[in-house]
Design a protein around this ligand. Sequence first.
Ligand SMILES: NC(=O)C1=CN([C@@H]2O[C@H](COP(=O)(O)OP(=O)(O)OC[C@H]3O[C@@H](n4cnc5c(N)ncnc54)[C@H](O)[C@@H]3O)[C@@H](O)[C@H]2O)C=CC1
Ligand SMILES: O=C(O)C1=N[C@H](C(=O)O)C[C@H](O)C1
Length: 223
Amino acid sequence: QIGDIDVEIYGPSAREDVLSSVIDEFPDVIVVDYTAPNSVNSNAELYCKLGVPFVMGTTGGDQQLLYKSVQDSNNYALISPQMGKQVVAFLAAMETIAEQFPGAFSGYRLEVLESHQAGKLDTSGTAKAVIACFEKLGAVFDMDRMVKIRDPEQQLYMVGVPEEHIEGHAFHLYHLTSPDDSVSFEFQHNVCGRSIYAEGSVDAAVFLYKKVYNQWILREFTT
Ligand SMILES: NC(=O)C1=CN([C@@H]2O[C@H](COP(=O)(O)OP(=O)(O)OC[C@H]3O[C@@H](n4cnc5c(N)ncnc54)[C@H](O)[C@@H]3O)[C@@H](O)[C@H]2O)C=CC1
Ligand SMILES: O=C(O)C1=N[C@H](C(=O)O)C[C@H](O)C1
């Protein structure tokens, strides 16, 4: 029970039947998926098969295949490795800069550190997206050199994560150095807790709902 809502949990073998019955009862439902990297593609395929629009917050999996599943099925989805709107704005700014000033950081060395709760299975999807922008700007980065911190001791004493957020945080640090070491830049986005994603996910679901159902209404009137 969450608040006054009863929550039931079913195993994987029941997922298609359960989701179908939810769709029957609530035909305009939007699914929000925060599961595990190895579930991304099979879950997305199920949502596409049943034609239920979804917000995919889960990172990892085969992202190309994920986009293809949505396109091939004509389903609707909002997919992002980052649902915190302020971090999304930073990422969007990075994409704009990369587009407008390609090569501006040619030859700069990039170092990246990301720290997340010990249970996080994959490398930060947000860091990967930000790194892609720095690469367009000309910075040099070797993915194997990404510093991934999952050890709570290091998070406390080296990264500076507050103790109460060791089990739920996302700290990111990007450091750029010019080829002759005379110039450096540093960017950080440090999130404690989960509320930024919850807020962003609700907004994402509402945004998707409006897009999808306006589209459906349009189709009803034009066909
Ligand atoms: N886009 C964003 O802003 C954010 C993305 N994430 C991503 O969301 C994913 C989940 O992260 P957390 O919530 O921290 O993990 P978590 O491990 O705390 O929770 C995931 C839950 O999903 C369940 N689960 C796993 N596979 C499932 C499946 N196939 N069907 C239904 N339930 C399943 C697990 O039993 C677990 O209870 C990760 O990929 C993480 O990177 C997390 C936070 C923000
Ligand atoms: O697993 C998490 O916690 C987070 N995952 C996302 C990612 O991999 O980028 C977003 C944020 O870093 C929190």
